[in-house]
Ligand binder design. Structure first.
Ligand SMILES: [Zn+2]
Length: 374
């Protein structure tokens, strides 16, 4: 099979940018994993795959069973590479947060209409311990000075309440409003607990930065769309939504190197979550495939999110030409997603409608849409 015919790797039961072409990769982790665990699980799998791919390389055939013990130099190099990988991961998460924050704040009225808004501080906190973050613990302690069972700020939204109050990524949090932070539970719980505390009034945080104690008071949260944001390690060009989170792969973030293009992609996935296109069962598992109509609706509402956030949407339809070049099988494909050709035309029409509204000073609220052709 030529590279151009290669199917996309897309976990099914998720509303993706493009159709699901195969079952989920075995290493796909549950969505409630904190980013570092996600990183750990995905990178481990990626390393295993790389191991398979190099089987035909130099060295005696069939020697895979006799893996030599790593030398102290190799162990040290592995530490360096893990630290580098963690740095790269959090840089990408920073970019995802920076592009998504204007979408979820400027789009809050649209989310509120659907009962999908809440108050947010614009910070993401994770708890770390050697037990759960075995492979990454040393790297993160070098990076941020995390200790056993510590809560670290892993994301700060640019221009958000936490950043304006002086919180920085890598700050180690100890107490909120005088109470020690509970390190149990997953990232989403922890971040949400802080958001909820802030909803009741100013939030005072006790933290250490580079070993020095500090106090920070965040006066008030702001209204945001209720969604989580996750970077997925992997080259496959994809983005998807599971009803609660928006995911983007390294591959998608590379292809959409311009923030306004990445915003179109994230806006689309945010729209799936806000419009309730992906249902979750009681266990939190996403169910059901999206329809071509829902895809067209997510494209349209997503572009409204993008425009409201202040990104230029002039070249937004071009996202579909770039995706078509990456995956030519989708140029005229049907199935559960419209073709990239139909999606370009749909987005062009929505873009013109938004530009017309902006020129006329009309509010950027999407109208119910007529289903376009495939
Ligand atoms: Zn979609």
């Amino acid at each position: 099979m030529g590279a151009l015919e290669q199917p996309l790797r897309l976990p099914d039961r998720l509303a993706g940018l493009l159709p699901a072409a195969q079952s989920p990769p075995v290493f796909w982790p549950p969505v409630f994993l904190p980013p570092v665990l996600l990183l750990s699980a995905l990178l481990l799998s990626a390393l295993l795959l790389t191991g398979c791919a190099s089987a035909g390389g130099p060295g005696p055939a069939g020697s895979a069973g006799a893996t030599p013990r790593a030398t102290p130099e190799a162990l040290r190099e592995a530490e360096i590479q893990r630290e580098f990988a963690a740095r790269v991961y959090y840089e990408r998460l920073d970019r995802l947060n920076a592009v998504a924050w204007p979408l979820v704040t400027a789009g809050e009225p649209l989310c509120r209409q659907r009962g999908r808004a809440r108050q947010g501080l614009g910070l993401v906190a994770d708890s770390f311990n050697r037990r759960d973050n075995r492979r990454w613990f040393e790297a993160l302690s070098t990076l941020w000075g995390v200790g056993e069972d510590t809560v670290v700020v892993t994301g700060v939204m640019p221009g958000g309440p936490a950043q304006r109050a002086g919180v920085r990524r890598g700050d180690v949090l100890h107490a909120a409003n005088g109470r020690p932070l509970d390190v149990s539970g997953n990232t989403a719980d922890l971040t949400r607990r802080l958001d909820d505390l802030a909803g009741a009034g100013p939030l005072s945080l006790e933290l250490t930065r580079a070993g020095k104690p500090l106090s920070v008071v965040i006066p008030a949260p702001v209204g945001v769309c209720d969604t989580r944001l996750t970077v997925v390690v992997g080259d496959a060009v994809n983005a998807y939504a599971d009803g609660k989170s928006v995911f983007a792969t390294y591959g998608a973030m590379n292809l959409f190197a311009k923030d306004e293009d990445l915003a179109v992609v994230l806006g689309h996935e945010l729209a799936h979550n806000i419009l309730g296109h992906v249902r979750q069962d009681a266990s939190g598992k996403a169910n059901g495939a999206t329809t071509p109509e829902q895809e067209a609706e997510a494209d349209a509402v997503g572009l409204y999110f993008t425009a409201r956030a202040g990104f230029s949407i002039k070249d937004a339809p071009g996202v579909w030409r770039r995706l078509a070049a990456q995956n030519p099988t989708h140029i005229s494909a049907g199935g559960d997603h419209p073709s990239t050709a139909a999606r370009f035309l749909n987005l062009e029409a929505v873009r013109d409608e938004i530009l017309m509204r902006q020129a006329a000073g009309l509010p950027l609220i999407p109208r119910p849409r007529v289903v376009p052709g495939r």
